[in-house]
Write a protein that binds this ligand. Structure first.
Ligand code: CO
Length: 134
């Protein structure tokens, strides 16, 4: 059912420093910061030949990643994102197998303008999983 790894998201305490690290030390193609007020994050995308890295930094008072950075002050892998062709079919299939979808269970529009859902990390070996319809 799942397709490509769309991105790995890394929460970072200092977005400029993290972007510079990927650009200068790793020689990666690093995009400009984008504010995503609906998701409470500022994002920098790093394009790799086979996938993307999404650097996440809290935006606003109730950012969903603020608690994560409190527990992981130097940053850490926050989620992985897999592509699916039909997000509703994927959600319904996961629900039948007992996996929990976070929030209302209805897809939201994610950072790439496409529908996304998040799955409970306790159902996926401690990993927060994002599904994105492509
Ligand atoms: Co993501």
């Amino acid at each position: 059912m799942i397709g490509r790894l769309n991105h790995v998201a890394i929460a970072v305490p200092d977005l400029d420093a993290a972007a510079a690290l990927y650009r200068d030390a790793l020689g990666a193609e690093v995009g400009a910061p984008q504010d995503e007020p609906d998701h409470g994050v500022t994002v920098v995308f790093i394009n790799l030949p086979n996938t993307k890295i999404e650097l996440l930094h809290p935006l606003g008072a109730d950012s969903p990643i603020a608690g994560f950075l409190e527990k992981n002050p130097s940053g850490g892998i926050h989620h992985v994102c897999y592509e699916v062709e039909d997000i509703i079919a994927a959600r319904d299939n996961l629900a039948r197998s007992g996996a929990r979808v976070l929030g209302s269970g209805e897809p939201k529009i994610g950072a790439h303008g496409k529908p996304v859902l998040f799955l409970h990390p306790k159902d996926f070996n401690g990993t927060l999983v994002e599904l994105e319809q492509v």
